[in-house]
Design a protein around this ligand. Structure first.
Ligand code: DON
Length: 558
């Protein structure tokens, strides 16, 4: 008798499981995956009103500036990779730029040492913001709906308020004292009692700034009242951003990096992000190895992947920077024979010490809280955008009267050769500070196709761990046959040449695997979350979302 009920119960469980799986696949008309539920809703509503993926992206960018102030922004920058349903690929660089008054040694004291935190937590830490111009340009080229319609949902969220998640409340509470210290008298995001889940957050000044952007487009931010407020804010703390810097800021369309991994085509971000080049180098380095046979997060897989990582990050430290200022040897870095040769020193017996690896050389060469969202529309146009203030809440300095946070992206430059930035990344001449130059990034918004058809849209925050998280997510699907959600949820590891260690999320590797790797000389360090990937997979039945459970991330399809 009981046995019969057990059997029936088991059958029901299986049916439910199958339904849940097919639920994930059933969306035919598009999908938005991003860091906060209210912003995902905004994006899907735009799609339902007939907007395309770029329209939805613009609306999500502005909504995230309201509901995800840790990283969503008006005062930061980012990168977009776009691929139309017809196959046109393009990228938009709306990365911040160094102000015209910036100098190479601006963060060094008279002894030539880096002044702690100056590139992170001062008015001088901010680059000239690029996000608003980026959205204007993206909309101008590809948008379908009217601009005001795309900014309005963010205005509504700022003006009428929205309910805070427990995580958002905790994140703001954590920086309460810093907000007060850095923003005397402004009162933004602070109140006497700690915030808690379900509190309604209203941001009146931010709503007014968004209204100016709605009504005046670019001029609503880079001129008039908002520009006045930014420059006045700079004056209170020796900041460098001027009216001219703002007037001169322009996002740039750049040719996508295109490459392949097996039968898949990869479209990703060129410099001034190092992300695309690094991702392609990583994938190409491991392509010859049977990862599928080795298995997910086994010692063999981890050692091959880590060895690729240390070589790729060594290259990054020397060769990558703003292509408008420094000739980045893109073709040489991506040449298959070069990438293959870099792996020649890999041995199954022992880890290659990072100290023995130098950036590669090739003939003819003269000698980093962020947020990602992935969107697909009804036609199959796809957008991958990663955008950031750099650190969580950026410099933690609000523009007085305008209600938005400024970035601390200047820390992504190399303040001094050999001195790591906040993500431990090293750099030299290629990424030295120069007036009007863009600081090097790790952001890796990426679109993948198979047989000419959309396959995956993917990206993540995480500073230096961005490219290794994207790399693992892609391989989790292609090599280890995971669903999009499982690929995003799976525990991650990360290595970046220097320091010479392998960070793993607690539980990413079992004890036996750690032991084997340890014996080969890999220094495994277990710690907290790595990355926060938001991705979409196209299957034969529809769109599958992967929203990272490490955050409030949400996938909504229709
Ligand atoms: O552009 C970069 O590489 C860094 N500013 C990104 C910072 C970041 O991802 C922080 N996220 N957790």
């Amino acid at each position: 008798m009981y046995r019969k009920w057990y059997f029936l119960g088991a059958c029901l469980l299986i049916v439910n499981y199958v339904n849940a799986q097919s639920d994930q696949n059933k969306y035919q008309n598009g999908m938005v995956v991003c860091a906060y539920p209210d912003a995902a809703n905004v994006g899907v509503e735009i799609l339902k009103k007939g907007g395309n993926a770029v329209d939805a992206a613009v609306a999500v960018q502005f909504a995230l500036a309201v509901v995800h102030p840790q990283a969503g922004n008006l005062g930061g920058g980012g990168f977009m990779v776009f691929r139309s349903a017809k196959g046109e690929a393009n990228t938009l660089d709306f990365r911040e730029k160094a102000p015209a008054l910036a100098t190479t040694n601006m963060y060094l004291d008279t002894a030539g040492d880096v002044i702690p935190d100056m590139s992170l937590a001062t008015h001088q830490a901010s680059g000239v913001p690029g996000s608003v111009d980026g959205m204007v340009e993206a909309h101008k080229k590809y948008g379908k709906l009217k601009w005001p319609q795309l900014v309005q949902p963010a205005i509504n969220l700022a003006k009428n308020g929205f309910k805070m998640t427990a995580r958002l409340a905790a994140d703001i509470n954590r920086v309460h004292d810093t907000f007060i210290k850095m923003n005397p008298g402004k009162g933004y995001l602070v109140k006497a009692e700690p915030w808690k889940e379900g509190d309604v957050l209203i941001q009146t000044d931010l709503a007014k700034t968004l209204q100016l952007i709605r009504d005046n487009g670019r001029a609503g931010f880079y001129a008039g009242k908002t520009a006045d407020a930014i420059v006045a804010e700079m004056k209170t703390g020796n900041g460098l951003i001027s009216k001219t810097d703002l007037a001169n800021y322009h996002a740039v369309w750049r040719k996508a990096i295109k490459s392949t991994y097996k039968q898949y085509a990869i479209f990703t971000m060129p410099p001034p992000s190092s992300g695309g080049i690094a991702l392609v180098q990583l994938l190409k380095s491991v392509e010859p190895y049977p990862l599928h046979r080795f298995g997910h997060n086994t010692d063999s897989t981890v050692s091959v992947m880590v060895e690729a990582e240390r070589r790729v990050y060594a290259d990054r430290s020397k060769y990558l920077g703003d292509p408008d200022f420094y000739e980045v040897p893109v073709d040489s870095l991506l040449r298959p024979a070069y990438i293959k040769a870099r792996m020649n020193s890999f041995s199954w017996d022992a880890a290659t010490p990072s100290s023995s690896i130098q950036p590669g050389s090739f003939a003819g060469y003269e000698s980093d809280q962020t947020t990602h969202y992935s969107i697909v529309d009804k036609e199959g146009n796809a957008v991958a955008i990663t955008t950031t203030l750099n650190g969580t809440f950026g410099s933690k300095i609000f523009v007085g009267g305008a209600g938005f946070l400024l970035n601390n992206e200047m820390d992504d430059f190399s303040s001094k050769p050999g001195v790591p930035n906040m993500y431990g990344l090293l750099g030299g001449k290629a990424n030295a500070i120069q007036p009007n130059k863009r600081m090097l990034s790790c952001m890796t918004p990426t679109i993948i196709t198979k047989d000419g058809k959309l396959f995956m849209v993917v990206g993540t925050p995480g500073g230096s761990t961005i490219m290794t998280s994207v790399y693992q997510t892609i391989l989790n699907v292609i090599e280890f046959n995971m669903s999009m959600q499982d690929a995003v949820t799976a525990k991650r590891f990360h290595s970046q040449w220097m320091p010479d260690k392998v960070d793993i999320e607690r539980g990413a590797l079992d004890a036996a695997t750690i032991n084997k790797l340890d014996q080969k000389g890999y220094k495994i360090v277990a710690g907290g979350n790595i990355g926060r990937v938001d991705a979409i997979l196209k299957t034969k039945d529809g769109y599958q979302g992967g929203a990272d459970p490490r955050g409030d991330d949400t996938a909504i399809g229709w």
